[in-house]
Each structure stands twice: as C-alpha cells, then as structure tokens.
Design a protein around this ligand. Structure first.
Ligand SMILES: Nc1nc2c(ncn2[C@@H]2O[C@H](COP(=O)(O)OP(=O)(O)OP(=O)(O)O)[C@@H](O)[C@H]2O)c(=O)[nH]1
Ligand SMILES: [Mg+2]
Length: 111
C-alpha cells in the first residue's frame, strides 16, 4: 500500500505507523517507509505515533534491539515531527488505552 499513502497526506494531523514486532525481517522495509513519511513536506506538522504491534507473540529480537537496529533514537531526534512510541497487541488490547490517550491529546492540541 506504501505507493498510494501520499494521496492521504493532505490535512493529516496524526500519523500512526505500525511495525510488526513479531517479524524483524520486515524491519528495514518499515524503516525506509517511515523515513519517507517523516521527510514528506505535507506531514511536517503531523504528530506521529510509532506502534510496535504483536508483542504477544514470541520473537527472536526484543523491541529495544529492533529500535536500536533502525537507530530509532536518532530518527526521533532528527525528525521535524513530535514522535511517540508504544508497544501494543491489537489482539490482546495491550497498550490500547495509551493509544487512545495519545489520539485524544493529539486531537486536542490540533483543535
Ligand atoms: N498475535 C497477534 N496477531 C495480530 C495482532 N494484530 C494483528 N494480528 C493478526 O495479524 C494478521 C494480519 O497480518 P499482518 O501481518 O498484520 O498484515 P499485513 O502486515 O498487512 O500483511 P503482511 O505484509 O503479509 O505482513 C491477522 O490475522 C491479525 O489477526 C496482534 O497484536 N497479535
Ligand atoms: Mg505483517
């Protein structure tokens, strides 16, 4: 779906970017997509929430290792956007309240 994302950049205030934390083989592709989003002019003012999903599944890498592998702290430091991260399980509902709180706070700060 990546190639059509840019059709939705206009008037976008909040951006949720989901990474599959159970499948580190997709990590480099995710990182390229994320960098593309963060460097898009139209998204410069957006608030970004990076979700590491599927934390209920076993994985051979920890979230910390994945974040370090894509140099997420550097990405966050260099980005124009305000970036938050959360670890969630859409299946179990883990971290859902944090996501809802972020949406509420972000909506409030843009209205
Ligand atoms: N265990 C678990 N499964 C999940 C979770 N969130 C979504 N799924 C399942 O993941 C499946 C969808 O696969 P995804 O990998 O998310 O879909 P995708 O990324 O569009 O597809 P791929 O590009 O093939 O990876 C569905 O069966 C969902 O039920 C979660 O938090 N935990
Ligand atoms: Mg997937």
């Amino acid at each position: 779906m990546g190639p059509i994302w840019s059709s939705y950049y206009g008037n976008c205030h909040s951006l949720l970017f989901m990474i599959d934390a159970s499948n580190p083989t997709q990590l480099s592709a995710s990182c390229v997509q994320l960098l593309g989003l963060l460097s898009a002019e139209q998204l410069a003012e957006a608030s970004v929430l990076i979700l590491f999903n599927k934390i209920d599944l076993p994985c051979y890498m920890t979230i910390e290792e994945m974040q370090s592998l894509i140099r997420l702290p550097d990405i966050i430091a260099c980005a124009k956007q305000n970036i938050t991260t959360a670890e969630i399980s859409a299946l179990k509902g883990t971290g859902l309240s944090e996501v809802l709180q972020w949406l509420q706070d972000t909506h409030r700060s843009h209205s």
